[in-house]
Design a protein around this ligand. Structure first.
Ligand SMILES: [Fe+2]
Length: 466
């Protein structure tokens, strides 16, 4: 029996539909790795990683960040619990016996019925590039000594290795993430942190959990700078407790050199480090037209000289390209505002957190839409950044495993596991990127690729192109 002629007519549209479906389903890789299912719980207050250093009023929660625009200054921060103590940092370079002093400032804050310890910040300036410095905080029996290495002078072919973490919290999994970062054979020299630090707000804003977090990360944050980004867990807006000043604990505890980039707020700023230009944005501050953040970014992007700093990296908390159901499209309004600029200025990579899982995008943009034309789909775009969600630090809220299906085309790789990443810049054209899940050995790369610089070598570097 032959096929009725009217059915033949339906074949082209059917084929079309099938091809379209195939295209829709033609996403990247959803990793088949199944994480051992165990509860993500916070470490109790008496855990060894939260232990305060011995001696009355000894400096604790020591951490450093870059202190100027180019890496010749370091901000040293610490807390003394019982009294203001010394506000001075003594420091000396590895090859010199001459000890120098820098004087800092001390601040405190109250949050509901909590009163902070004495929070010290001290900026050490005019350091030499590429030099190991020791520094000492506290006096007498409470003195504690740490060290850091300043970055090389800013330049286009300066290799540099960044670590990446986000949404860390203070669970047993968070501790595993820190250990894996420490023991990764590729050694990160500075951490790009994409927001959500302590999750103290999950304890009815008990700021004691800000203190435990500070002691927890000291083992890394006292020795290499963490470049901070504010997340939603830094907002700490609690009018029911009389707390209406957003970001109060965060901004008191984690200073950044925002004035060096002419920013009017610590919540958005930029730094140069080695061959990278890093722009930090705030997902939870106004970013619409005429707002301070918008104006700052519009003036900031043209300042980036790719002949000096080839690698243009943006950090933010809420991702623009996220194919998990958790926080789906929360970054959409900021994407609409800023994505055309990211394409115009050829941002190499955008790191975000917020979603407690891992995802890497293709180079895509979705900027053609103009309310009339209907062009509202992400398309392949070699001038666009790769978007990486690295909110997999391991906090108490647990993993997000629920993904949108089918995997959209823009999503190159996604997996619901905790971990960290490394962005290892080799020269002006090449950077090697790797993601490391906590279940693997320290050297294992669960996802990796070579980044080709968008200014110097803008050829297709996607994994699907190889
Ligand atoms: Fe978040």
């Amino acid at each position: 029996m032959g096929v009725p002629s009217f059915l033949w007519w339906s074949v082209p549209p059917l084929l079309c539909l099938l091809l379209n479906l195939a295209e829709l389903c033609n996403g990247g890789i959803t990793s088949s790795f199944v994480r051992k299912v165990e509860k993500t719980i916070d470490m109790p207050l008496h855990s060894d990683v939260f232990r305060a250093p011995p001696h009355y009023n000894a400096p604790q929660q020591v951490h450093i960040t870059q202190g100027d625009h180019v890496g010749k200054a370091v901000i040293v921060s610490w807390v003394t619990m019982n009294g203001p103590g010394s506000d001075t940092v003594v420091y000396w370079s590895e090859n010199s016996k001459q000890k120098n002093k820098a004087k800092g400032m001390v601040t405190t804050y109250k949050f509901h019925n909590y009163t902070s310890g004495y929070i010290h910040h001290c900026t050490i300036m005019n350091l030499k590039f590429n030099t190991k410095y020791y520094y000492e905080v506290g006096i007498g029996r409470t003195a504690r000594t740490f060290w850091f290495i300043t970055p090389p002078q800013v330049g286009p072919d300066v290799p540099y290795t960044f670590g990446l973490m986000g949404d860390l919290g203070q669970s047993y999994d968070s501790n595993t993430t820190l250990t894996h970062y420490e023991l990764n054979p590729t050694k990160g020299k500075a951490v790009l942190f994409v927001g959500d630090l302590s999750y103290a707000d999950n304890y009815d804003y008990n700021n004691v959990r800000w203190d435990t977090w500070g002691r927890f990360v000291e083992r890394i944050a006292a020795y290499q700078p963490w470049i901070w980004t504010a997340g939603n867990h830094e907002i700490d807006f609690a009018p029911e407790l009389g707390e209406t000043q957003p970001f109060k604990p965060y901004t008191h505890r984690y200073p950044v050199p925002y004035k060096a980039s002419k920013s009017s707020s610590p919540l958005w700023y930029s730094i140069k480090r080695a061959s990278a230009y890093i722009i930090v944005l705030s997902s939870y501050s106004a970013y619409g037209k005429y707002t301070p953040q918008n104006t700052w970014l519009e003036e900031e992007l043209p300042k980036v000289n790719r002949r000096e700093t080839p690698w243009l990296i943006v950090l933010m908390h809420s991702p623009w390209y996220n194919s998990y159901n958790y926080h789906f499209m929360e970054g959409e309004t900021m994407r609409v505002m800023y994505e055309p600029w990211f394409v115009k200025y050829k941002v190499d990579v955008v790191f975000a957190g917020h979603v407690h899982a891992y995802e890497r995008s293709e180079r895509v943009s979705n900027i053609a839409y103009n309310i009339i034309n209907g062009n509202c789909h992400p398309v392949s775009d070699q001038s666009a950044p790769v978007y990486i969600t690295i909110g997999d630090g391991g906090n108490l809220e647990g993993l997000t495993a629920s993904m949108t299906e089918p995997q959209p085309k823009y999503s190159a790789f996604r997996e619901a596991s905790f971990g960290h990443a490394i962005f290892d810049i080799k020269n002006r054209t090449h950077a090697y990127y790797s993601w490391h899940r906590n279940q693997d050995g320290y050297a294992v790369q669960a996802d990796s690729l070579w980044f080709y610089n968008r200014f110097w070598h803008p050829v297709d570097d996607s994994t699907s192109a190889r």
